[in-house]
Design a protein around this ligand. Sequence first.
Ligand code: UDX
Length: 439
Amino acid sequence: MALRVTVIGTGYLGAVHAACMADLGYEVLGLDTDTSKVASLSSGRAPFYEPGLDDVLARAIASGRLRFTTSFAEAAEFGDIHFLCVGTPQKRGSHAADMTYVDGALESLAKELTRPCLVVGKSTVPVGTADRLAGRLAELAPVGVGAELAWNPEFLREGYAVQDTVAPDRLVVGVRSAAAEATLRVVYATQLANGVPFVVTDFATAELVKVAANSFLATKISFINAMAEICDVTGADVTKLAEAIGHDERIGKQFLRAGLGFGGGCLPKDIRAFMARAGELGVGESVAFLREVDEVNLRRRQRTVDIARELAGGDVLDVRIACLGAAFKPDSDDVRDSPALHVASALQVEGADVHVYDPKAMANARRQFPTLALAESAADAVAGADVVLLLTEWKEFRDLDPVALRDVVAQPRIIDARNVLDPAAWRAAGWTYRGLGRP
Ligand code: UDX
């Protein structure tokens, strides 16, 4: 009989994983303690925006292979393999990861496990967690050693989550037995048949692969943003610089887009949790550079606010500012640690009359910053603006027509905080154009 799969936690990671596993042919039971998420997913609607997910979800539910529940007892009874996909947000008042949800989910599930199974952690966790959880599982599970733990970090990007789940760059599994590896090879048979590299490691390595990958990506972004700071004072163009160094295959072109920097639910909190964990382990110095990475990144937001003030003549009080973008990146409605909303709220605090528009993230933006004025459309946001800021590079904004827009603003001044517009075209249409690290 085919393996039956449960997915514990149906946020970005879990909802996509559950839908894709069902689409690949498995019987899947998704579990969440949030009844509104369970209701939404059960009706075939994702509780967040992710391109392509609603189709996969609807197909999986119609096939009868995907259901959702709030009951750990039901999940334990159902599953041969349980994927833990709950969040590990940044702890309040600390850089460390908040392990409440991971610990809670593991314990609630473990207590109900009366038949042999594999519990597979996918959440991003501090190194050492899997070892600790394996101990808890052995203590709590009625089936005893029949319940085994494995660690299988997830690398999906928001906006490409379906594609990254069905066809990932690589699969990494931290295991303690040949049986666990064999089960994971069965569950990922489709990906393996398609040639996806399968890297088998111990627990600690599997946990570290995830934070090392995100630290590297964050460092790459902050590296090019540091170069943008140098470009700013020398009159050089960071977009050309990135293009030129990116031709070197050892460096590569990707993740060298200078601008407002990284945000979201992963990179910022993952590098901070890594610093906190390394400190606990007595090797804080080894990742001390991540503090600089974080600081370079946060300086980009301040720099954007400074340019807006400068363009407004030294002061933004009562200046009408259009902020295009609220999501932390395009093709997502996620506003967690969003650089765009950070800039918008900072300008509002300085007294600017800020109008924000985002194609998908308006509801989340409203929840996070209830006092920000939200516009109905990009045209609405920019009407009468003294300064326009492009903060998230949605296609809709990249395609804006400088000539048409010139007629609706009060002052033709634009800050292209993602360096995605053609400066020559905007200047030719009469705009004062400012990029980040571009002359
Ligand atoms: C990231 C990792 O890519 C993924 O592998 C991991 O599993 C989760 O974290 P995600 O947060 O979805 O995924 O977004 P990503 O595409 O990595 O972008 C992160 C941030 O960096 C965004 O705010 C983006 O705007 C910014 N970024 C990205 C840049 O500023 N410049 C770049 O060149 C690339």
